[in-house]
Design a protein around this ligand. Structure first.
Ligand code: NOJ
Length: 543
């Protein structure tokens, strides 16, 4: 093995395709309506056929599921709705047999309010040391009835909740997710141990939730504006986002990971582009999600700028860039791309105008986007169902919404359920093959024709496009580090990979001449000499 090959084999995350499994909605193996590890094991063959290198599994730990499992009550056990530790161990071994790595999702910023530490804290008197593992404070005002600061929770409302004895605790997400105090030795030691617990079970990597939020300014200043995490404009000195103290904690975790061979961690850090490289220093994260494409309109100059700056930022710290079009927190991109540029897509499902949506255009652009995200240098994350071209289910009835965002935003945002609807595997039948009974969240009738069964034999389907592109990426692109932009006009995103591959996306409204060369793959099912609007192509120069 050459040195380069040896690095490629160990640093598997540098060019990998990571498929995100939102377990609750992936496949239901025991028929109770909730996706589970048994269902996931049944579908390993599908994932292997798709050609992915790794799976990132959203939290599977014991949880009241107040925030889809990001409210963990026991980090060392699997929620009984999802399965058991023994099943997880079998699953890890089966995935490894197929050469697929497993990334677990770790939630260190907060626990569930049902976690034994929080229950202990609640049972203790104000100022008792049991409260110090969380962030409890007296309130303001003569009777302490006002929150200690004006901080706003990500899901809306105050970031403080008052308990029966009058003290307040901090929760930067839902009230059911009290923030841990990362200045406390118990908290630090406990997470070292949780890391080792999962590393010992063969977990290959960790996706770290809210990686930029762990450290709070304990002088508790008020903030000028409300705090928003997703799509945030980061201020330089925010009391809970991106504080310098987080890096010491990251380095501590990294040294635990480095006790094991070949493991990685990826940060969920919504921070400004110039701050992100700090998280990627050699003794910190191996990579970080790059969320820029999630918030970029379908526009060639915006895409070009985002891709250029992302590649430069990653290269500056020798970290692989990452590419994400969708995840479980945002509107599915097949729908987002069908809305006019600039639409506030978090609010749109509530306020419309609904006739603004052109779903056919959105799907066409999603096909073109797939060939972009799968051809860029670094690793690409695929959110379950994007390979089927699933749209956002934005019209879910209000009375079944599960995401805390709906209530906490005062019904101004429906939240994230629309991208978490259970996957369709079959054309018909109960829950389109997701399980044997009614799924936890209803699926629209349109899901049948988007199911795996409906697409698998159709060479023009989104699924076939993803499968083909992933295979071609492996053969032609995955080993290439280099990337250079090519100017083919204002409405065109174009770049070269290696000596002979050109990727071209027509993001304008008029057809353009397709550059010379052999078409490796096209997002347009009927490619001609013209590259149609909203389509993309990989071309190999054979001369
Ligand atoms: C980010 C996760 O992706 C999201 O789903 C969750 O609600 C918050 N962190 C809080 O844990």
């Amino acid at each position: 093995m050459t040195k380069h090959d040896a690095t490629a084999a160990t640093e598997w995350w540098r060019h990998g395709i990571v498929y995100q499994v939102y377990l609750r909605s992936f496949a239901d193996g025991n028929g109770d309506g909730t996706g589970d590890v048994a269902g996931l094991r049944n579908k390993l063959g599908y994932l292997n056929e798709l050609g992915v290198d790794a799976l990132w599994i959203n939290p599977w730990y014991s949880s009241p599921l107040k925030d889809g499992g990001y409210d963990v009550s026991d980090y060392r056990s699997i929620d009984e709705r999802f399965g058991t530790i023994e099943e997880v161990e079998l699953f890890i071994a089966e995935a490894h047999d197929l050469g697929i790595k497993i990334i677990a999702d770790l939630v260190p910023n907060h626990t569930s309010d049902q976690h034994c530490w929080f229950q202990e804290a609640l049972a203790a008197a104000p100022s008792h040391p049991a409260r110090d593992r969380y962030i409890f404070r007296p309130g303001k005002g003569p009777d302490g009835s006002e929150p200690p600061t004006n901080w706003t929770a990500v899901f809306g409302g105050s970031a403080w909740e008052r308990v029966a004895d009058g003290e307040w605790y901090l929760h930067i997400f839902d009230t059911s997710q009290p923030d841990l105090n990362w200045q406390h030795d118990d908290v630090r030691a406990e997470f070292d141990d949780i890391f080792r617990f999962w590393l010992d079970r063969g977990i290959d990597g960790f996706r770290i939730d809210v990686a930029h939020g762990l450290v709070k300014d304990l002088s508790f200043p008020d903030v000028a504006e409300s705090a928003v995490i997703l799509e945030s404009e980061r201020s330089t000195d925010h009391p809970f986002w991106d504080r310098d103290g987080v890096h010491e904690i990251i380095r501590r975790w990294r040294s635990v990971l480095d006790e094991y061979d070949n493991r990685m961690m990826v940060a969920e850090a919504w921070v400004a582009a110039d701050r992100l490289p700090l998280y990627l220093r050699p003794d910190e994260y191996h990579q970080s999600f790059n969320f820029d494409l999630l918030t970029t309109d379908w526009d060639a100059s915006q895409f070009t700028e985002v891709i250029k700056s992302s590649v430069e930022a990653a290269n500056s710290v020798n970290a692989p860039s990452t590419w994400v079009l969708s995840n479980h927190d945002v509107m599915r991109h097949a729908t987002r791309y069908g809305l006019p540029a600039g639409t506030k897509w978090r609010k749109w499902p509530v306020i419309g105008p609904y006739e603004a949506l052109d779903q056919i255009k959105g799907t066409r652009r999603a096909r073109a986007a797939a060939l972009i995200s799968l051809s860029l240098p670094g690793s690409t994350y695929i959110y379950q169902g994007e390979e089927l071209g699933l749209p956002e289910v934005w019209d879910l009835p209000e009375d079944i919404l599960d995401d805390p965002t709906w209530e906490r935003s005062g019904h101004t945002e429906k939240g994230r359920d629309g991208c978490r609807v259970p996957l369709p595997w079959e054309i018909d039948g109960p829950s389109f093959g997701f399980g044997s009974g009614a799924p936890w969240m209803p699926q629209p009738a349109s899901f049948g024709s988007l199911s795996v069964a409906a697409q698998v034999e159709d060479t023009n389907s989104m699924l076939s496009l993803y499968r083909r592109a992933i295979r071609l990426r492996r053969d032609h692109l995955a080993h290439l580090e280099d990337f250079s932009l090519v100017d083919l006009g204002a409405d065109v995103l174009a770049y070269a990979r290696g000596a002979d591959i050109l990727v071209v996306a027509n993001m304008g409204t008029k057809p353009i001449q397709r550059p010379e060369g052999k078409v490796l793959i096209s997002s347009d099912p009927q490619p001609g000499h013209l590259l149609q609007p909203d389509s993309s192509v990989w071309i190999v120069n054979e001369s």
